[in-house]
Design a protein around this ligand. Structure first.
Ligand code: FEO
Length: 405
């Protein structure tokens, strides 16, 4: 793979993973990339490595520019396996390298590798490393999204190497945001940003706001953002920062996502008049059937809407398993600033709708009650009630949405 010079003497040397579809349970229909960066300065410096399976590609990309033994500094921004899985293999080829990492990163690294013969230096926010004409400044970003996480800012290049933040799971021959503008597919890129944020960063909105403010307070000028996945932001880095701030502040679309599953189609039948009712109130509506949709897509679609309606049949007095799985994913992501309601069908005992409302309450979502249930098959009259339920929910969504304007 040809290295790409992103700034004078700073190269993207990452690997493109066209094939990955299951990224630790997060479905990636467009693959991903493992970006890492080489700075050819007086002290040759490598920022991050790649996933273990891509070690040969990563090392070959490095050798295309320089002999690995010449690498003096290795910055490890994040110890998740997709970025440091190949670290030990790289270190074998880079005997002269010193690893720069946060304290918590070092503790984690010691759990993954025998580091007894490695030179390791711990760094913290504000620490600098002068490598020649360039100066690296380290910015810890704990819990964004692991305890060890940090970013590396190349001062003279105004380049923020941001690790997972601002990244996207998108395998592409394009390397920069302006490639997408030229291809008129910028919306696809933005959707990939939302997808990544929703599935990985949703729990950390407050942290994201305070970290962006801290970076702004440090007076850091950003001309380019180079994340560890996907596209590099050089045309409009401020745009992706604003997207993050908006998402962290709860901004989203005046829209409803209906997420459901079904056994004998009764819950599915209910979604039709509900959806129509929402639409007739002038609110856009997206419908997701869980077993037909990857979980990460369902989570993204949830995040793109102010309102969420979850439909489930009752199975053995419990919520339907695929719906429970969705709720467990959602619970872990600690959603906020969304309004939720539930509907479903049952044969005799019921229980799914009640279970869903309890979960919404535990998650501290805004609640729309009561939900709507039908026994066995919705009657014509119940279908009308489902339509009204959809209309009333959409009215509440519009009302609730106002406070975020
Ligand atoms: Fe891309 Fe958190 O690893």
């Amino acid at each position: 793979m040809k290295a790409i010079e992103i700034k004078p003497q700073i190269y993207w040397i990452g690997a493109i993973d066209w094939a990955v579809r299951d990224f630790h349970g997060y479905i990636t229909p467009n693959g991903t990339t493992y970006n890492n960066y080489l700075i050819v300065d007086e002290e040759i410096t490598l920022v991050d490595t790649v996933k273990y399976e891509f070690a040969e590609i990563g090392l070959s990309n490095l050798r295309n520019i320089i002999e690995p033994s010449k690498v003096k500094n290795l910055i490890v921004n994040h110890i998740e396996n997709d970025h440091m899985g190949a670290l030990a293999l790289f270190m074998e080829q880079m005997p002269n390298a010193t690893v720069y990492i946060t304290k918590r990163g070092r503790q984690g690294l010691e759990r993954f590798f025998d580091v007894s013969r490695w030179r390791i230096k711990e760094v913290k926010t504000g620490d600098e490393l002068k490598i020649g004409k360039y100066t690296l400044q380290f910015i810890e970003t704990p819990m964004l999204h692991w305890p060890d996480s940090m970013m590396t800012y190349v001062k003279e290049a105004k380049l923020l190497i941001s690790q997972d933040a601002f990244g996207q799971h998108m395998a592409s021959t394009a390397r920069f945001d302006d490639d997408f503008v030229e291809n008129a597919s910028y919306a696809e890129l933005e959707d990939a940003v939302i997808d990544y944020y929703a599935n990985i960063l949703m729990p950390f909105g407050k942290l994201i706001r305070s970290k962006i403010k801290q970076i702004q307070d440090l007076g850091i000028e950003i001309d380019m953002i180079a994340p560890d996945h996907g596209i590099i932001w050089r045309r409009e880095p401020e745009k992706v920062i604003q997207m993050y701030l908006d998402m962290a502040e709860g901004k989203t679309n005046l829209r409803v996502t209906v997420v459901y599953d079904t056994m004998w189609h009764s819950t599915e039948i209910m979604t039709q008049p509900i959806m129509q009712g929402i639409k007739d109130e002038g609110v856009d509506c997206k419908v997701i059937k869980l077993r037909a949709t990857p979980m990460s897509v369902a989570i993204k679609e949830f995040w793109k809407s102010r309102g969420i309606l979850v439909g489930s049949p009752t199975l053995n007095n419990e919520v339907f398993p695929s719906v429970a799985e969705f709720i467990i994913h959602l619970r872990g992501l600690r959603p906020s600033s969304r309004i939720a309601g539930a509907f479903g069908s049952y044969g005799w005992g019921g229980g799914a709708v009640k279970w869903l409302y309890q979960e919404f309450k535990n998650m501290k979502l805004e609640i729309f009650e009561p939900g709507i249930q039908t026994q066995y098959r919705p009657t014509t009259d119940e279908m009308r009630k489902c339509y009204e339920f959809g209309r009333e929910f959409a009215k509440k969504v519009k009302e609730y949405h106002q406070q975020f304007q």
